[in-house]
Design a protein around this ligand. Structure first.
Ligand SMILES: *[C@@H]1O[C@H](CO)[C@@H](O)[C@H](O)[C@H]1NC(C)=O
Ligand SMILES: *[C@@H]1O[C@H](CO)[C@@H](O)[C@H](O)[C@H]1NC(C)=O
Ligand SMILES: *[C@@H]1O[C@H](CO)[C@@H](O)[C@H](O)[C@H]1NC(C)=O
Ligand SMILES: *[C@@H]1O[C@H](CO)[C@@H](O)[C@H](O)[C@H]1NC(C)=O
Ligand SMILES: *[C@@H]1O[C@H](CO)[C@@H](O)[C@H](O)[C@H]1NC(C)=O
Ligand SMILES: *[C@@H]1O[C@H](CO)[C@@H](O)[C@H](O)[C@H]1NC(C)=O
Ligand SMILES: *[C@@H]1O[C@H](CO)[C@@H](O)[C@H](O)[C@H]1NC(C)=O
Ligand SMILES: *[C@@H]1O[C@H](CO)[C@@H](O)[C@H](O)[C@H]1NC(C)=O
Length: 707
């Protein structure tokens, strides 16, 4: 394809231009005069003067491992004023594809008048339920329960009720139910028209991609909003989708309605309002990459010098605003983590401000250690402030990223799940290799192993796995630097206001460069450090000591030291003082043109990162949310449900009945209004003042002005 050739040529040209500059950064590092970033300028991370000058990713091309759900016109160019048409195809109701609620084979038992039950198409029930008038959250909950009867006594919709009954002004709620909700319903019920070809599951051990139009994604998410996806609510370990994230939004509606949960709901409502007001015309590609263990790098053997890697360290900006770079999602192995629950840290925030990312949860199986997911084209819709429990929706965001030659916003998000320190030790030979491999699998997406130069654009990352997962920034930054050097992708590291960490990273890096340390040598040093069992806070002083010991010789000796922890702390001070005095490699030979870079320092006044106080929220840590108790659940399973599941299994080979109790508590006995009672009982510790503020915020959101 012509466009593709252009993209490839760009890569070569840029590599040619940049070869010289990055080869000498080893000795003449560049430093900004401003306080917020150090190291190489962003242009060396883009591979271009501007973010959008960096090469594009390969265009969307349907193939055996790339399902494209929309029609690509014969000239390959999508219209700019309307969404692409859906690709025609045959529904597939099997283990390799998403089971759609509108499938003919999606059946649901309903009681008949003879006291038994008969089967009806689930979609017809869904259509019926959603076409009835829905004027408040109670009616919305009842509509959702009409095709999720099994959960009548369990789903309380607490967060949903709180949003519409307490956080919003009456007329704002009314506006939502009068105007926005009917649009979301229409979007959901258009699914059979909008998504016709089957959506493959992105299963483990596969390199596989799926591309969808933003309109198709909106329709799928509208279905998730109404909890229509079949078989996706089971909490059982052996259920068909146990190895997939949850996708129906009921778990978010169920979450105890803390303020951040309400704020996430606002982001989602805002998204729907936007896409219903004006259908986005672009597309998004989701790619899973799986590299078998035999093809992973031999870390100890790597002779790639760290010195060739351009490193930019910034303490003042955020990853999601690193235009043009491959932006890291500090993911859970179940993509989305706690986004549909209590989680509200980096990944969850990204997913609610760019809700299209959430559709990945519909088809991406839990990630293995040697796997990564890249999402190209996810648009951002919301602003936010805060982090964790202080997270707040802060109005609309207009994404200005240009589209690539395939119609995707030029936003590449790389989902990598860090090791959960505790499950496995971060500082152990296995732990090091695990995270190095994981990072490398991600960073080497679309790289050319033949190419000796750098691959652009670079990576935008930060303290990966250092929140709830308990990783150490000093170690994680080095591991990512190594993985970037190995995959020959430049790196921009965002420390989220931590200028001390920024300086530490740049200092260690400069020492590694000065001593021409290779990836393999650094790997061995790290293994040695981990074997010493020193506190992880000693890592940098250990490395500096090792490098210093060796400063006079030309090769690095790997002799063992018996440094005690106490000694380590002593040398830490000593070395830090020494470092502060040494201008070393940061001679300012090449001065950065600040004016030309000033646009990178976007206004970040609305950010209030509290990286170090990340909520240790259980939901974010958990592999998969599970706030419903299995014991309780099985006790409530009725005969009808068992029947339903047997039937649902149809051609599947799973046996889900083992875990069911045989109690016959039929739904008729349960009381639908229980939910409302419970919601009312929830303790509100909000002062009137706080309520007012929240109302005001949401007033802007639900303002009847067209957006
Ligand atoms: C961070 O960026 C903001 C906005 O671009 C700027 O006002 C502020 O001075 C910067 N902070 C530092 C430490 O440079
Ligand atoms: C919503 O619709 C109801 C009934 O149609 C109407 O009485 C009410 O004024 C509407 N409210 C708003 C805010 O549009
Ligand atoms: C996926 O692609 C990479 C090359 O990018 C290859 O090394 C690897 O073997 C492939 N994985 C599978 C499971 O085919
Ligand atoms: C740095 O190390 C690499 C790999 O060992 C070697 O090829 C290169 O010549 C070294 N450069 C310098 C300046 O010592
Ligand atoms: C910015 O960079 C360009 C290209 O490198 C150069 O031509 C221009 O003069 C620079 N702008 C300023 C304000 O120095
Ligand atoms: C689940 O519920 C049962 C019975 O209500 C209780 O005994 C058990 O402790 C609960 N388990 C958890 C993990 O909450
Ligand atoms: C389970 O159901 C039985 C009878 O249906 C009831 O007696 C028991 O209390 C229930 N247990 C729980 C934990 O709800
Ligand atoms: C259902 O709830 C209502 C009101 O809360 C109550 O009056 C009624 O007795 C309940 N029914 C059952 C079967 O628990």
């Amino acid at each position: 394809m012509f466009v593709f050739c252009v993209c490839v040529k760009n890569v070569k040209a840029i590599n040619h231009c940049f070869k010289k500059s990055y080869l000498h950064i080893g000795r003449k590092l560049i430093m900004s005069h401003s306080n917020d970033w150090k190291g190489a300028p962003l242009s060396m991370i883009y591979g271009s003067e501007t973010p959008w000058g960096a090469p594009e990713f390969p265009p969307v091309q349907p193939g055996h491992n790339h399902a494209v759900l929309y029609h690509i016109p014969s000239n390959g160019v999508l219209a700019e004023d309307r969404p692409p048409k859906p690709q025609i195809g045959q529904d597939r109701w099997d283990q390799h594809h998403v089971r759609l609620p509108c499938s003919k084979q999606s059946l649901y038992p309903v009681p008949d008048n003879k006291g038994g039950s008969r089967l009806r198409k689930r979609w017809a029930i869904i259509e019926n339920a959603l076409k009835r008038p829905i004027q408040n959250s109670e009616e919305l909950a009842n509509a959702i329960l009409a095709y999720n009867t099994k959960f009548k006594s369990r789903w309380k919709f607490r967060a949903l009720h709180r949003l519409f009954n307490e956080c919003l002004e009456e007329d704002e709620s009314q506006y939502f139910f009068n105007v926005t909700l009917p649009d979301i319903i229409k979007l959901a019920l258009d699914l059979p028209t909008l998504v016709q070809a089957p959506i493959p599951l992105l299963k483990q051990h596969k390199n596989i991609s799926v591309s969808l139009s933003q309109q198709q994604i909106a329709s799928l998410l509208a279905n998730a909003f109404f909890c229509t996806f079949p078989r996706r609510n089971s909490m059982k370990q052996d259920s068909e989708y146990a190895s997939y994230p949850f996708i129906n939004f009921n778990s978010l509606y169920e979450a105890s309605p803390s303020d951040d949960v309400i704020e996430k709901l606002k982001c989602i409502c805002h998204y729907f309002r936007r896409v219903c007001t004006k259908v986005p015309v672009g597309v998004v590609t989701f790619t899973r990459r799986s590299v078998p263990p035999r093809s992973l790098p031999q870390w100890a053997e790597s002779t790639l010098p760290i010195a060739t890697l351009p490193l930019h360290v910034d303490s003042n900006n955020t990853i999601e605003e690193a235009d043009g770079l491959i932006q890291l999602d500090f993911a859970n192995k179940y993509l989305g983590g706690g986004v549909l629950g209590h989680g509200c840290v980096q990944e969850e925030i990204r997913f609610v401000i760019c809700p299209e990312l959430m559709v990945s949860m519909l088809f991406t199986e839990v990630l293995r250690p040697n796997e990564a997911v890249m999402i190209i084209g996810g648009e951002r819709y919301s602003r936010y402030v805060g982090y964790g429990h202080t997270f707040e929706w802060a109005g609309e965001w207009r994404d200005t990223a240009p589209r690539d030659c395939s119609g995707r916003r030029r936003v590449a998000l790389l989902a990598l799940d860090a090791l959960q320190n505790g499950e496995q030790r971060e500082c152990s030979p296995q732990g090091l290799a695990r995270d190095l491999n994981k990072a490398w699998v991600g960073f080497s997406f679309n790289t050319d192993s033949e190419n000796e130069g750098m691959n652009f654009p670079g990576i935008a990352t930060g303290n990966w796995g250092c929140g709830a997962f308990g990783g150490t920034p000093q170690l994680k930054s080095l591991l990512q630097i190594m993985a970037c050097a190995q995959s020959r992708r430049p790196i921009a590291y965002y420390t989220f206001k931590d200028s001390k960490l920024r300086d530490e990273i740049i200092n260690i890096y400069s020492q590694l460069v000065k001593h021409n340390v290779t990836v393999g040598q650094l790997y061995k040093l790290l293994v040695q450090f981990c074997n010493e069992n020193l506190p992880s806070s000693c890592l940098n002083s250990f490395l500096l000591q090792m490098l210093k010991d060796d400063a006079s010789s030309t090769t690095l000796k790997m002799e063992s030291t018996n440094t005690e922890a106490a000694e380590c702390l002593k040398i830490t001070d000593m070395l830090e003082n020494e470092l502060l005095d040494s201008p070393d490699v940061f001679s300012v030979d090449i001065t950065m043109d600040e004016d030309n870079n000033s646009k990178e320092h976007l206004d970040s006044s609305n950010k209030n990162f509290e990286q170090k106080e990340q909520t240790q929220d259980k939901m974010a840590e958990d592999n998969k949310m599970a706030d419903t108790n299995l014991t309780e659940q099985s006790n409530q399973t009725s005969r009808l449900f068992q029947e339903m599941e047997k039937l649902d299994e149809g051609n599947g080979s799973l046996n889900l009945n083992s875990a069911h109790s045989l109690s016959f508590g039929f739904m008729a006995e349960t009381n639908c209004s229980d939910g409302a009672m419970d919601a009312d009982k929830i303790q509100m510790d909000m002062s009137e003042g706080v309520k007012k503020i929240i109302s005001r915020k949401i007033t802007d959101y639900f303002s009847k002005k067209l957006i």
